[in-house]
Design a protein around this ligand. Structure first.
Ligand code: ACO
Length: 322
């Protein structure tokens, strides 16, 4: 039987850093409020000419290098993003061209903050069924372009960045199980109201930016992350004690803490980057993974639980032997 394992990770954060103090000059907010309600201290913001594919390529290159393979060995590219460079072609096709990879399947996955978990699920299925041997799976987002920088309730929460993994065939299960779900009835609690088919060019200015009923999203996120963690562990006859690290979506430190508490996971075994990155949507889990792999916390053989929750609502998890 063929399995998939994470052969390498990579990450990229734009050079420009925007602190809470900087935001105090832009909207009526305080460093204290932002830290207390979200745990965020700073976020990275793409340069004016920097795009989602720029960041995806940078993170992808690092993941390929870490996997110790040639770029030409990649035979599947999936980019999770809700902020693509263009309506078409897909960001994955742009990444493929820029990495000079020939004729592999390349496509985008759109599942908001759960996008990376969806992409990982799909890439894993390709590998175990013999459809790919080295898949480049990237989460990359430029949320700074869909934020209303006059709306203090949303603009303080997000950042830009990209994270990537190379999934390769293996005799042993690296990706042990993946779990993805959606519940579209919550569409209006967290959305960008305008889209291509609903007249993007003619919309009111505010409809082109993120709108969120933060309180309601918060409650749903905590409960859903609790249930997906249970589903994943019970499905594998494991308990929290079998996990080395929880690598959660980085939306809000209070959500991360509440979800960890529901799982019985001490915060010392939870990877937290929300303070430095803010919410980078589908980039957040692979970026957090890459940070912890590179600083030596996550080691080969560790048992990891990834989990994410986002607009849709969508949510997902993966149990991974790194
Ligand atoms: N600075 C100062 N005050 C603020 C700010 C700000 N930046 N933003 C809001 N406030 C005010 C509000 O106006 C409100 O004032 P009022 O009481 O006078 O009306 C007060 O602070 C409290 O606002 P709440 O929204 O109730 O604050 P809450 O404690 O819920 O925190 C937050 C808000 C941080 C948004 C939280 O609800 C949250 O993190 N929600 C979930 C976000 C999330 O997980 N998103 C999912 C993924 S994103 C994706 O998929 C794209």
């Amino acid at each position: 039987m063929t399995f998939a394992r994470i052969a390498g990770t990579g990450g990229y954060l734009p050079e420009r850093v925007l602190t809470n103090k900087d935001l105090e000059k832009m909207v009526e907010t305080t460093d204290e409020w932002i830290q207390e309600r979200s745990g965020i201290k700073r976020r990275h913001i793409a340069a004016d000419n920097e795009t989602t594919s720029d960041m995806a390529v940078a993170a992808g290159r690092k993941a390929i290098e870490a996997a110790g393979i040639e770029t030409g060995a990649i035979d599947l590219i999936i980019v999770a993003t809700t902020t693509p460079d263009k309506v078409f072609p897909s960001t994955a096709c742009i990444v493929q061209r820029r990495l000079d990879i020939a004729k592999t399947p390349a496509f985008d996955v759109h599942a908001a903050c759960s996008g990376f978990l969806y992409a990982l699920d799909i890439a894993n299925r390709f590998i175990v069924t013999g459809g790919a041997t080295n898949a480049l799976v990237i989460g990359s987002e430029t949320y700074s372009r869909i934020l209303d920088w006059t709306d203090r309730s949303t603009c303080v929460l997000f950042g830009d960045g990209a994270g990537a993994v190379v999934l390769s065939t293996s005799d042993e299960a690296g990706i042990i199980s993946t779990h993805i779900h959606s519940e579209g009835k919550h569409e209006e609690l967290l959305h960008v109201p305008a889209g291509i088919s609903s007249g993007y060019a003619d919309v009111q200015r505010e409809a082109a930016f993120i709108q969120m009923k933060g309180n309601e999203v918060f409650k749903k996120a905590v409960n859903t992350l609790g249930s997906i963690a249970r589903e994943t562990l019970e499905g594998n006859n494991l308990s929290q004690k079998d996990l080395t690290w929880l690598v959660p979506h980085q939306a809000n430190l209070r959500i991360i803490k509440a979800a960890a508490k529901k799982l019985g996971m001490p915060m010392e075994r939870v990877i937290v980057t929300v303070d430095e990155h803010a919410n980078t949507s589908s980039a957040s889990v692979p970026l957090a993974l890459d940070v912890a792999v590179r600083d030596g916390r996550i080691k080969r053989g560790d048992m990891l639980l990834f989990e994410a929750f986002g607009a849709g609502f969508t949510w997902g998890s993966a149990l991974v032997r790194y």
